[in-house]
Design a protein around this ligand. Structure first.
Ligand code: TRP
Length: 331
């Protein structure tokens, strides 16, 4: 597409997305799609790597993620939006890369050890799960992505991708660029209990939550623990609600007022949260409108995924031709 640099990024379809995904990734994608040739994949094979024993929700989760992306403003006229398994070359390149990836690299990957410990209710001692980063490398390399926008937690995976790229290029000639990590300049979006927002902690505000649900969650959200009584002065810098304010509230004068009100015990936490709701409603309103518009329109959703996959396939087929030629398989 008109010589723009290419970018791939993906998300695992494990359920509805939350405000953390929005602040940490999607807002950035919405900007990147204007500057680069973007390929955004809903990586269903990656979801199966942990959810293989009960695959019943993967398809529905793909739909939810698609709706959340579109709602926040990922634009199918700019970026190619598609399902990983619809573009078979992801599986194909994964196989090719698995030939050259040393076992030790995968066994040593810190995210591998972490996940095995964290997801102890699932048996992750599978062949595929060990190779999670190899499939991720395939996703990225298929589009010769010059960079990958990800959060810090994906750092080790990207490092492995670069190692796999170097090894491939060494064996078969320079075909792939080493992708840079585009760390998302992410706004802080703590969860309701003040920890990192995460579905598994049960502390998330979901993008699809209606305003009544959001208010019910926010109402009981943790604030500065030192502000025990209404008359105790608070410290916004120690309050997770303040971080959320800074994301949604662009009115500097009002922010200063709230800051002063909190530190002097002039306003209470409920007052502060009510002020926050006004800004949440303003930002989420159009997002919810867009989500609703797409929700009933299966035909439009189908078309988005079909044309996204077709665009992705065009690049992917070309890359695979080059891969076969580089390795030297019989034509
Ligand atoms: N591993 C990523 C995550 O859990 C998802 C992912 C799969 C991805 N393939 C990718 C991200 C390629 C960026 C590029 O968030």
């Amino acid at each position: 597409m008109d010589g723009k640099k290419k970018i791939f990024s993906g998300m695992r379809p494990t359920g509805k997305l939350h405000y953390g995904h929005m602040a940490g990734a999607l807002i950035n994608w919405v900007k990147l799609q204007n500057e680069y040739d973007c390929y955004f994949g809903i990586v269903d094979w990656h979801a199966l790597m942990s959810d293989y024993a009960d695959s019943s929700k993967v398809a529905a989760n793909c739909q939810e993620i698609l709706l959340d992306w579109l709602a926040v403003g990922v634009d199918p006229n700019k970026a190619a939006i598609f399902i990983q398994s619809h573009v078979k070359q992801h599986a194909e390149l994964h196989l090719a890369l698995s030939m050259i990836t040393p076992l030790g690299w995968l066994e040593r990957c810190p995210t591998y050890k972490d996940q095995i410990l964290n997801l102890q209710n699932k048996d992750l001692s599978t062949y595929a799960f060990l190779g999670y980063p190899v499939l991720m490398a395939a996703d990225i390399m298929l589009y010769k992505s010059f960079a990958v926008p990800v959060g810090e937690d994906q750092g080790p995976h990207l490092e492995l991708t670069r190692e796999i790229v170097r090894r491939f290029n060494n064996f078969y000639g320079d075909l792939f660029p080493e992708p840079e990590t585009l760390l998302t300049p992410s706004a802080k979006m703590p969860g309701l209990d003040g920890r990192k927002m995460s579905k598994s902690y049960g502390n998330a505000l979901e993008i699809a939550d209606d305003m009544e649900t959001v208010w019910n969650k926010l109402r009981t959200m943790t604030t500065d623990p030192a502000r025990y009584r209404r008359t105790d002065p608070g410290t916004p810098e120690k309050c997770p609600v303040w971080d959320i304010h800074k994301f949604f509230n662009k009115d500097e004068a009002e922010l200063a007022e709230i800051h002063a009100g909190c530190t002097s015990a002039g306003i209470g936490c409920v007052d502060c949260k009510k002020k926050l709701m006004v800004h949440v409603e303003a930002m989420m309103g159009p997002i919810h409108d867009r989500r609703k518009r797409y929700e009933g329109d299966d035909k439009a959703l189908r078309e988005i995924l079909e044309s996204g996959a077709a665009r992705a396939r065009k690049i992917a087929e070309q890359t695979m031709d080059e891969v076969y030629a580089a390795i030297g398989l019989l034509k």
